[in-house]
Structure formats: C-alpha cells, structure tokens
Design a binder for this molecule. Structure first.
Ligand code: 3YP
Ligand code: ZN
Length: 365
C-alpha cells in the first residue's frame, strides 16, 4: 500500500534570518544564516525527487490548520502574539533564538495543517503511512509559548486531530536528538497519549528529559524519556527500540503512531553529538512501520523536526522514506562509511541508560 508525502515550497519561505548557530548575530558574532534554515530540508526533498522515489509516493496537499484546530493545543494568547509579531514583519517564538518573518505565521499553520492532512490520509486509507517534510519544527512548543526554533507544536496538534477522527489512543515517538519537552508538557497528565522521547542527555533544553520524568495524575506512566549519553550510535538506538519503544507500544496499544522525526542524531550534526547514519534511521523507521502494522493497521505518520547537516540529512531522510514505503532507490549514502567508522556498537554506559528507561515501561497503565 502507498506511502504519503507532504511537502510545500512555502515551508522553505519561513524566514529565520541571520544568526550564528542557534544564537542571534550581534556583538562579536558576525551575522550568518540562522542554523534552522531551508538547506537541509530542501536538499532532503530534492533527493527524494532526484532518486525517483517521489514519483512512487502519494503526494498529500498541505492546508493551513484552522484556529479551532490550533486551540486544541495552544492558548489564544500564544496564537495572537505570534500573529501580531509576524504582522510587524519580524518576531521571535519565545527564547530569542527562534526568529521568524512576516509569512511565518501562515507557514506555521501550513506545517500543522500539512501534518493533519497526512493523519487524515492514513485514517481514510488513502495511504498506509506518510512522511510530512514540514517546517518550522514543533516539538519544543508548549501550550503557551514557542522556543527552540518551534512556533506551534505540530505533532501535538496532529495527535489531537487524530483523536477528533476517532483514533483515541495516540503513541508519539520523538527521535529528534533534543528532548521533546513541549510535547511532554502538553500530554503530561493525558492517559490517552503515550509520549516517548529519545534524546541526547542534557543537549536541549537544559535540565529537561530525565528518565524520572514519566507523567503525572491521570497521565502517570504515559510519558517515557530515554536520555542517551553523547556518542550513542546505532547499537544504542537499536537497544532502545527493542527494550523500550516496542514493549511500550505493545503495552499501550495505540490507534495510530506519530513520530517526531528529527534527523539531528546523525553523526555529523552541528547541534548534537550522536552518531546515527542513514542505516540507523532506516532501522528505526523499519521497526516503526512493522510495529504500526502489528498494532494499528499500519497507521504511522512521521513529522519532520530538526536536523542541520545539509549533506547528511538528505540521505538519512531518504532512507526513512524508503523504509516506510518498502521501495529501494539506487541511491547509496556516500557518508555511510565515514559514520560507520565512528564505531556503532553499544557501550556499557549506554546500555545502563537504556536499562533505566526500560524499567519505566512497566509504569504504563
Ligand atoms: C535550540 C537552541 C539550541 C539548541 C537548539 C535545538 C533545536 C532543535 O533541533 N530541537 O529539536
Ligand atoms: Zn533537535
């Protein structure tokens, strides 16, 4: 069955302006392009087209999320602030590191709505699963503010949309290398949404995503955090999938699986220190496709998040879309041997981190 593909040229017109890495330019920081720029994402889309894969996918048109759809997750004050700042031509999502331009409010709504369209296509059976290459990212945004380059929490909005279509139990796996703190906050007390985040321990935001953070109230046990030491590679991520993600989802029994698919765990990313390569992402995507088939009729929607190496991200992204579609293109990843050479086996201190997270699977009600 078909795989859906969401992409809109306007995602690339979200204008983050100048910066230097994640910081604003100024003082002794010479202006350059902000790191959350179109390059890596555009090159991913271009490789999907150039490889011939695009022609074999079912393209899904994006549409803007409506105000009531956004209000399922965000406060009216947050939405109105972003809209007001965008109208002035320049704004920031909340932390001074997340600048945006005049069109960014419309584009953020189009990112959320594109992901919702993917959920609808999977729900209606037009496609089995889908990848939404959306921008800006979403997983750091909470109900009342954006930050960490995120304006609205696209995956959370998509989860609420899935519920409105009758898919009550939603599992979210966030494999972006940073903690999915916004998503965690939004569903902290919600027993119907299982939120799992695999991230580099302490990378971002500071002090968030400890293994002890497992939800509260009605939602006790339905948040899982897997903080991995820097330097984790395919062996560590494979253990997380086998010991945490698969048992957790089997226990939770979702109606749909969403993935916050940041590709910044790649071995050459400027904003993290993990070591995944395209075959690592292929392994995780294949496992998620098979798990969704086992548990919920194959319903799986991936939402693009971070990933800042303009040369490695396209190959990791292509491997993921190949995996969920079951189509292999002739493309071979030229960066694979170098990252493979970093040493991909699991190390004892990484195994300990996985074991600690695995112990929390039993907390899922
Ligand atoms: C936000 C400011 C410093 C680190 C950066 C992380 C953005 C990201 O990719 N989040 O998933
Ligand atoms: Zn990230």
């Amino acid at each position: 069955m078909a795989t859906g593909w969401v992409w809109d040229e306007r995602y690339m017109w979200h204008d983050t302006g100048t910066g230097a890495g994640p910081l604003p330019a100024g003082g002794w920081i010479e202006p350059m392009e902000h790191i959350e720029s179109p390059s890596a994402k555009r090159r991913f889309a271009n490789l999907v087209a150039a490889s011939g894969l695009l022609a074999q996918l079912t393209t899904i048109a994006a549409r803007p999320a409506t105000r009531p759809e956004l209000l399922r997750v965000h406060t009216p004050e947050h939405l109105e602030r972003i809209e007001r700042e965008a109208a002035t031509g320049r704004g920031d999502a909340g932390d001074g590191s997340s600048p945006f331009g005049r069109e960014s409010w419309e584009i953020a709504k189009l990112a959320a709505g594109g992901l919702m369209a993917a959920v609808e296509a999977v729900h209606g059976g037009a496609v089995e699963n889908a990848y939404a290459l959306i921008r800006p990212p979403g997983h750091h945004a909470s109900a009342h503010t954006g930050w960490g380059f995120c304006i609205v929490n696209t995956v959370a909005i998509a989860a609420r949309h899935a519920q409105s279509l009758g898919m009550q139990r939603v599992a979210i796996l966030d494999w972006d290398v940073h903690h999915g703190n916004g998503t965690q906050d939004i569903f902290w007390e919600d027993p119907d949404v299982l939120a799992i985040s695999i991230h580099q321990d302490g990378a971002y935001p500071p002090g968030s995503g400890a293994v002890e953070e497992t939800g509260a109230g009605e939602g006790a046990g339905t948040t899982l955090n897997v903080p991995l030491p820097p330097g984790s590679g395919v062996g560590a991520y494979d253990a997380v999938m086998a010991q945490v993600v698969e048992p957790a989802l089997r226990r939770f029994r979702p109606d749909i699986v969403l993935v916050a698919s940041g590709l910044d765990g790649n071995g050459m990313d400027p904003l993290a220190r993990q070591m995944l390569h395209s075959e690592g992402f292929r392994m995780m995507a294949t496992r998620m496709r098979d798990l969704a088939r086992e548990l919920c009729g194959g319903r799986l929607v991936l939402a693009h998040e971070g990933g800042y190496s303009p040369f490695v991200v396209p190959f990791c992204g292509l491997a993921i879309v190949e995996a969920i579609s079951g189509i292999r293109t002739p493309v071979e990843d030229p960066f694979l041997p170098a990252i493979e050479g970093y040493g991909q086996g699991i190390r004892p201190h990484q195994q300990e981190a996985v074991d600690r997270a695995a112990a929390n699977v039993a907390l899922i009600p």
